[in-house]
Design a protein around this ligand. Structure first.
Ligand code: GN1
Ligand code: MG
Length: 346
């Protein structure tokens, strides 16, 4: 780590505090006499070409600076070789961001205002980048939110995966297969030209929003998965992670429930910024966004469990199974609100 700090011009006696909320990259807060930073080691098993991330960040930062000079965009700092990305043989890739003083992250959305503010931030990001040609962006993870592809990976795991796990989880597997009408709906959307590819964040969980002391959202972070995508990814992941006050890691499924006020707050916050960008067809699909993302995450967790946990970091052997069950319950709870939520006028 000393070598990493030195390459970014940070004093080597800096204090490193691990931040353990993500399950892909490794993150630390670095406190030094020169200032505070966020240091990340990129998981290059997941992001096979980390340089693509930084090419995207640079293109977006340049566009926003030119067109929206007041927009707060935390870009990574350059190392002593003039590159935001540091590659150390055997240790992988590192990058450093300035720590934005006076801000903090939250792990659970505690009131609808926070949900509204976060949704407004993610909506504003896509809206401001409405004039940016998103086909310029590099695809950092191919087929990341392609539900058909995720379903196909799930089907492959059902044959090539851990046979004992497949046998024991057959009820859950069948439940997910019965829900595959959502894949057909997704395919219909992607074949419909009214659904636009836009600059999409693809990881809109609340810990990717910085808040200030007054509970106002200040900016969004973690642009690793910014790619061309559909608005249902960003809205859907907010629903997946804000509608309930327990996370995907909760084992006690009786705690998994929907908070309706938070649904309305997400839609209103996002819509406020995106209403002039979204097409009429897209506007009809806010509810589907939540179904799509929760279903996809359930498939991804169960697929990883059946494949012996090769993708997500886990804390105990059944962790991915617990996460998959949790997400299926969340989806079922959300579907109980279908009629009510679809009455929302936009
Ligand atoms: C991963 O590491 P984190 O929490 O930022 C994953 C997301 C999942 C999330 C589920 C690159 O994100 O897609 O929704 O876990 N990111 C990647 O907790 O796979
Ligand atoms: Mg992430």
């Amino acid at each position: 780590m000393e070598a990493v700090l030195q390459k970014f011009g940070i004093p080597s006696d800096a204090l490193m505090i691990p931040i353990n909320s993500g399950i892909i990259n490794k993150t630390w807060k670095v406190c030094s006499a020169k200032g505070n930073y966020i240091l990340q080691q990129i998981n290059d098993h997941v992001f096979a070409k980390p340089e693509l991330i930084h090419s995207n960040i640079t293109a977006i930062a340049t566009y926003l600076k030119k067109n929206y000079s007041n927009y707060l965009f935390p870009a990574p700092i350059q190392n002593i070789d003039g590159n935001p990305l540091l590659q150390l043989p055997e240790f992988g890739y590192f990058r450093v961001f300035p720590f934005i003083e006076g801000t903090h992250t939250i792990d659970v959305v505690a009131n609808p205002k926070q949900a509204f503010e976060a949704a407004e931030q993610f909506g504003r990001f896509s809206a401001y980048l409405g004039g940016f040609n998103c086909s310029q962006l590099k695809v950092t993870i191919p087929d990341f939110h392609n539900l058909s592809y995720r379903y196909q990976q799930f089907q492959e795991a059902l044959t090539a995966g851990n046979q004992e796990r497949i046998h024991n989880e057959r009820n859950l597997i069948e439940k997910l297969i019965r829900l595959n009408f959502l894949v057909k709906q997704y395919d219909a959307i992607t074949n419909n030209s009214s659904f636009k590819k836009r600059v999409t964040h693809h990881d809109t969980k609340i810990s990717n929003v910085l808040f200030n002391e007054y509970d106002n959202a200040v900016c969004i972070i973690d642009l690793d998965t910014v790619m061309p995508g559909y608005f249902i990814s960003d809205v859907g992941d907010m629903m997946r992670t804000y509608l309930c006050d327990v996370s995907e890691n909760e084992e006690d499924i009786s705690k998994v429930h929907i908070r309706p006020d938070y649904y309305y707050a997400i839609v209103e916050g996002y819509y406020k910024e995106m209403q002039h960008e979204l097409t009429a067809e897209e506007k009809k699909n806010f509810f589907f966004a939540g179904q799509f993302m929760i279903y996809m995450q359930a498939l991804r967790f169960l697929t990883d469990y059946l494949n012996n946990d090769i993708y997500y970091q886990i804390q105990y052997p059944a962790h991915n199974l617990v996460r998959a069950i949790n997400q299926v319950v969340l989806l079922e709870r959300l579907m109980e609100y279908e009629t009510e939520f679809k009455k929302m006028k936009l």
